[in-house]
Design a protein around this ligand. Structure first.
Ligand code: HEM
Length: 224
């Protein structure tokens, strides 16, 4: 019987590599985005955020290239994840003995359900702050009034709660994601495992706490 050769993207190793590369792009984006968001704490946040939005628009085609790369990364990441889960389930079903690994299944569930919460949050977030569809928040007419739009949104408690929930899901996703991304690139050794965990915790905490502080600061009246 002839055996069909698999293309790299069809193999487990290929799919893990796709997850690691697309994950790396998205980790870079969320860190940069969180740092950009920190301008809400500057002396004149309305002016700083408006200038930032105008600067991004000044890249024109470059901004669209970045958006397409990001969108491609999200789609490929989700495709590789679903495909790996299916492949693992098929491999398990063909065995006589089912081994229950509590740690692995906890991480897998966190990634699966957390991934969906994150996707839902991102869709709401894009409608709210990128497409300016004020779902549940007062409308702000000026396209570049980023700070005023944030304020109008974060003064609505359920919108702030949604951002907090979305960012908790992001932090948990980042923790497991960075940990396994570093494993995929070969840092799976007793010598590096503690360091790998520390790096994952640091990325998750910095991005999560930085982002969550924003709706909290608006609700507490610290900014706005
Ligand atoms: C409290 C947390 C966050 C705040 C305050 C925030 C704020 C913003 C603002 C103001 C914009 C519009 C920028 C502009 O039009 O110039 C934006 C866009 C965007 N945000 Fe967020 N963001 C937060 C969290 C997140 C998270 C966690 C993600 C993804 C995991 C994310 C993904 C995006 C994306 C993809 C865009 C569209 C970029 C573009 O195509 O122009 N944001 N965000």
């Amino acid at each position: 019987m002839a055996t069909k050769a698999l293309a790299l993207h069809q193999t487990t190793v290929g799919k893990k590599a796709i997850m690691a590369v697309t994950g790396f792009i998205m980790v870079g984006f969320v860190i940069a985005h969180m740092l950009g968001n920190m301008q809400v704490y500057s002396a004149n946040p309305a002016a700083a955020l408006k200038a930032y939005a105008l600067l991004l628009r000044s890249f024109g085609g470059g901004l669209w290239v970045a958006r397409l790369v990001l969108l491609g990364a999200v789609v490929l990441h989700a495709w590789a994840a679903i495909s790996l889960v299916k492949q693992n389930a098929a491999a398990r079903a063909s065995r006589y003995h089912v081994k229950h690994d509590a740690v692995t299944s906890y991480a897998a569930k966190t990634m699966k359900y957390g991934g969906f919460v994150l996707l839902f949050f991102i869709l709401y977030h894009l409608a709210h702050l990128t497409l300016h569809i004020p779902v549940g928040a007062p409308a702000v007419a000026d396209e570049f009034a980023v700070f005023e739009r944030m304020k109008a949104g974060f003064e609505v408690p359920w919108i702030s709660a949604l951002y907090i929930l979305g960012n908790i899901a992001l932090a948990m996703h980042l923790y497991h994601g960075v940990w396994s991304m570093l494993q995929s690139v070969g840092l799976n050794h007793r010598k590096y495992n503690a360091l790998r965990k520390q790096a994952a915790v640091a990325v998750a905490l910095v991005v999560g706490v930085g982002n969550i502080s924003i709706p909290v600061a608006f609700m507490a009246g610290i900014v706005g």
